[in-house]
Design a protein around this ligand. Structure first.
Ligand SMILES: CC(C)(COP(=O)(O)OP(=O)(O)OC[C@H]1O[C@@H](n2cnc3c(N)ncnc32)[C@H](O)[C@@H]1OP(=O)(O)O)[C@@H](O)C(=O)NCCC(=O)NCCS
Length: 210
């Protein structure tokens, strides 16, 4: 999606940056791991196919991808792409429903050493906050395999509720509608996510550029 190009969102423990060509080899390596393929319901693809997808996602109007950087791992000599701190990704797919636009979310923290630090929760909240402010989206959805207890717990903790189940795909659909930005922020702040306002990140980015 063009809207997130050149943006970086800065949270307390994570930084979200747009998925760029430099990230593809590490992403490709993660997506060879059978456990990750199963948890994300993905098929293994060639490195070339992954590069092709990355190029396409930059312009696709219905897909937004950020790479998750673990702030604890960022080093000065890792700039500009900070591959040393790249630990996962978060995606948003847009679709139109009878009730308006719905954003389907995904999150993955592939690096085991960066799990259980609240990074996935923070990345999802930052993605939703950005989508709310910049794309005007209020309705969010996730589809999670029945065996993925970690993800089910994560999204329920963020306030998502079960709205459906597919026996065929053995997956549960959860949804969250944010009626106003403050409702979500109050609940998330209770979880000590301490999200930085994405508008601050945008302003910081602008000042970095000038
Ligand atoms: C599931 C996943 C995204 C969690 O990432 P994470 O950064 O470790 O998650 P968080 O630290 O934000 O965890 C938030 C809450 O989720 C739940 N949770 C996370 N991992 C869990 C686990 N392994 N077992 C049980 N609950 C878990 C807990 O309630 C946790 O809160 P707590 O740590 O205070 O108990 C990560 O393990 C992962 O990417 N797994 C493989 C891919 C995948 O399943 N992707 C989801 C597809 S939608």
């Amino acid at each position: 999606m063009r809207q997130n190009q050149g943006k970086q969102l800065v949270g307390k423990s994570v930084k979200l940056v747009p998925y760029a060509a430099a990230h593809v080899p590490k992403y490709h390596k993660w997506m060879q791991d059978p456990e990750i393929l199963k948890a994300t319901a993905s098929e293994p693809l060639s490195l070339e196919a992954k590069h092709e997808m990355q190029r396409k996602w930059v312009t696709d109007e219905d897909k937004c991808t950020f790479i998750v950087l673990d702030q604890d791992l960022i080093t000065a000599d890792g700039a500009p792409d900070h591959l040393e701190a790249m630990v996962g990704d978060t995606n948003l797919f847009l679709r139109e429903s009878e009730d308006g636009a719905v954003a389907e979310l995904e999150v993955m923290i592939a690096e085991v050493g960066s799990r259980r630090k609240g990074l996935a929760s923070q990345a999802v909240v930052m993605m939703m906050q950005w989508a709310l402010q910049h794309l005007g989206l209020h309705k969010f959805e996730v589809k999670i395999g029945d065996a993925n207890a970690a993800s089910l717990a994560l999204f329920k903790r963020l306030g998502f509720t079960v709205v459906g189940h597919s026996d065929v795909f053995e997956e549960t659909c959860l949804a969250l509608e944010i009626k106003d930005a403050h409702f979500g922020m109050q609940n998330w702040e209770k979880m000590h996510l301490q999200l930085h306002d994405t508008r601050d990140a945008d302003r910081r980015l602008q000042s970095d550029r000038t």
